[in-house]
Design a protein around this ligand. Structure first.
Ligand SMILES: Nc1nc2c(ncn2[C@@H]2O[C@H](COP(=O)(O)OP(=O)(O)O)[C@@H](O)[C@H]2O)c(=O)[nH]1
Ligand SMILES: [Mg+2]
Length: 384
């Protein structure tokens, strides 16, 4: 590609710049944090190329998706069942619905300890008994019958209940192995890391990660001193959760890392709330009300005019410099709308599985919730 520089001192200086054919940025091989970066080898090759960022975005579909709940998991769980092992089924306290893997119930061994993890991210004033009851209801409906349920946090900053969990596991495993299972990113590996500190004498032996026999799944085996193991299985893909839909760069913004600070915004009809381009709430019609958003502090909610929402969403979808977005949503037609009618004078909750929830006082408002295909919306009180 040739670009003519302005005529200078009577000469036309012809310079050659190479541009990324995705975003048009001038390519450079000096600073990976600046736009247009390619590695020196590619840069010097002189070939037409994409900058690294565009390359990643174009090849998003090749990002390693967590495995589906498939026959490989069934093989592992059958082993667990046969050996009378303990299954530790880990849930994310902030995302109970996204922690339920459909169809897993009938394959789990008899002894199941459910750990509701990440309680450190829950907002002030959450009630533990209500959380446990909520999770239990979701588990039972999915055919998972826990032998015991505990809440915990494996956050390195704010761990809780780890010693109790350790004792409970040791009691429940009655001299057998332990299999940690659950959805992607619920904190299984972090929990095991916390627990290992209590197994000081037993971890001298090699911890290995290798495909579990007769499966393609990489399972980490941690030997215990009585000849048994803790098995850490890979997080399972859950198509209902937005976490599974977006690229790993974006997951970082969606997964709350510290305690959630709710955000309250008043709005009248004709307002739209955007969660980057992952999801959108359109307040189409009805009386003014306050909406309170419970979501990761790293994920901003933008309040915009409904009439502008489509073009703003498109701009986010095409913004190459922003990691807090998904390349899979380019226009509003890539999102699936669900119409929600609020009841009169009731507290309404809209949950977008994996993203969080929104509370508001219903006075017969009409709201449209837009999410990526397959992501589940749960309504408490309101109706579709
Ligand atoms: N705030 C908080 N973050 C956690 C907790 N447990 C895990 N995480 C974070 O959640 C992400 C997923 O954790 P990981 O253990 O890899 O999940 P896995 O996929 O179930 O093994 C990581 O970024 C962890 O740092 C927790 O109890 N609280
Ligand atoms: Mg893991």
């Amino acid at each position: 590609m040739f670009f003519k520089k302005n005529k200078t001192s009577g000469l036309t200086e012809e310079i050659r710049v190479r541009r990324c054919y995705g975003c048009g940025a001038i390519l450079q091989d000096q600073d990976p944090n600046e736009v247009g970066y390619v590695n020196p080898e590619k840069f010097n090759s002189g070939e037409e190329t994409l900058c690294e960022r565009c390359y990643k975005l174009r090849h998003f579909s090749s990002f390693k998706k967590s495995p589906d709940f498939n026959l490989d998991y069934v093989t592992i769980l059958n082993d667990a069942k046969e050996h009378g092992a303990l299954a530790v089924y880990v849930m994310n306290a902030f995302n109970p619905a996204g922690s339920i893997i459909d169809g897993i119930g009938k394959y789990l061994p008899k002894k199941i300890l459910v750990l509701i993890n990440k309680t450190d991210v829950l907002p002030d004033g959450y009630k533990e008994d209500e959380l446990v009851a909520y999770c239990q209801d979701k588990l039972l409906k999915a055919g998972i019958t826990p032998t015991a349920i505990m809440t915990t946090s494996s956050s390195s900053v704010n761990p809780s209940n780890i010693d109790k969990v350790f004792k409970q596991i040791d009691k429940m495993r009655s001299g057998q192995s332990v299999y940690f299972v659950g959805a992607y990113q619920v904190g299984k590996s972090s929990l095991i890391n916390c627990l290992l500190m209590m197994y000081t004498n037993s971890t001298q032996k090699m911890i290995t990660t290798a495909p579990y026999p007769s499966t393609t799944l990489d399972v980490t085996s941690i030997p215990l001193n009585d000849g048994n193991y803790i098995y850490d299985t890979p997080g399972i893909y859950n198509p209902k959760s937005i976490i599974s839909f977006v690229e790993p760069e974006a997951v970082k913004f969606i997964l709350p890392r510290n305690q959630i600070k709710p955000v309250s915004l008043g709005a009248k009809e004709g307002t739209s709330f955007l969660f980057s381009n992952f999801a959108r709430i359109d307040f189409v019609k009805g009386s003014k009300t306050d909406f309170t958003f419970y979501k990761s502090n790293d994920l901003e909610v933008s309040k915009v005019k409904l009439s502008k929402a489509d073009s703003i969403l498109e701009a986010i979808g095409n913004d190459l410099v922003n990691d807090c977005k998904t390349n899979r949503i380019k226009t509003v037609s890539d999102l699936v709308p669900t119409k929600v009618i609020a009841n009169k004078a009731t507290a309404e909750t809209i949950r977008i599985v994996g993203l969080g929830y929104i509370n508001y006082v219903g006075v017969d408002q009409e709201i449209t919730v837009l999410v990526p295909k397959g992501v589940e919306i749960l309504l408490e009180n309101g109706r579709r």
